[in-house]
Ligand binder design. Structure first.
Ligand code: CO
Length: 199
């Protein structure tokens, strides 16, 4: 499909929004004040706004392959700092998804290049949880459990970051949640690993 189609669709979308609410864009242009920061996978099937039913202006988003959080990742940490300190989001949602291609690639023996370095912490998770993972019946179950373990691990990475430590010490109410999405049924599940103070 020619990308010019997207521009045409955009015009139609903007017209629809204006027809429903004449102040829609002028209100959004004035400021954004999202209550949520979403850190998710780049997978095209897991768009934060769409699956949560949120409108533009309601969720600040950072996505990368396999929803990884490194405290040395200046891109991700800049997003987190801006979201927490300037936008004052109240909830950070780290969201993985079952069947994640990044997680699958991490446990394949095939060498893919730069992405192998990015995904190395997932290999480490596979090694440290080998006993639990090997007890599962199928490779699909193994990948899906590793997707969950990865979310739990990334929630802890973020919770142990200097930014979160600082704002929590200062008494700011912000919580970090770990969720997982199933492409197969369109549903999000809470992994019940919330960290921090609930606003
Ligand atoms: Co993915």
């Amino acid at each position: 499909m020619n990308p010019s189609i997207l521009l045409e669709r955009n015009v139609a979308w903007a017209r629809e929004r204006l027809a429903a609410d004449p102040h829609y864009f002028s209100r959004l242009a004035a400021q954004q004040s999202p209550a949520y920061l979403w850190i998710g996978c780049s997978d095209s099937r897991v768009p934060a706004n769409v699956i949560t039913g949120l409108d533009p202006g309601e969720v600040f988003v950072h996505r990368n392959v396999a929803n990884m959080i490194y405290t040395a990742d200046i891109n991700c940490m800049s997003v987190v700092q801006f979201a927490v300190e300037t936008l004052k989001v109240r909830h950070i949602i780290v969201c993985g998804h079952y069947g994640c291609g990044g997680v699958t690639a991490a446990i394949d023996t095939e060498q893919l290049g730069l992405i192998d370095h990015w995904l190395e912490p997932i290999r480490e998770l596979e090694r440290t949880n080998g006993q639990e993972l090997n007890a599962l019946k199928s490779r699909t179950q193994m990948v899906d459990r590793l997707c969950e373990l990865n979310v739990l691990h990334q929630v802890l990475n973020l919770s142990n970051s200097p930014i979160l430590k600082r704002v929590w010490d200062a008494g700011q109410k912000v919580s970090v949640h770990g969720w997982i999405y199933s492409v197969a049924d369109g549903l999000l599940r809470d992994l019940n690993c919330t960290q921090g103070t609930m606003p």
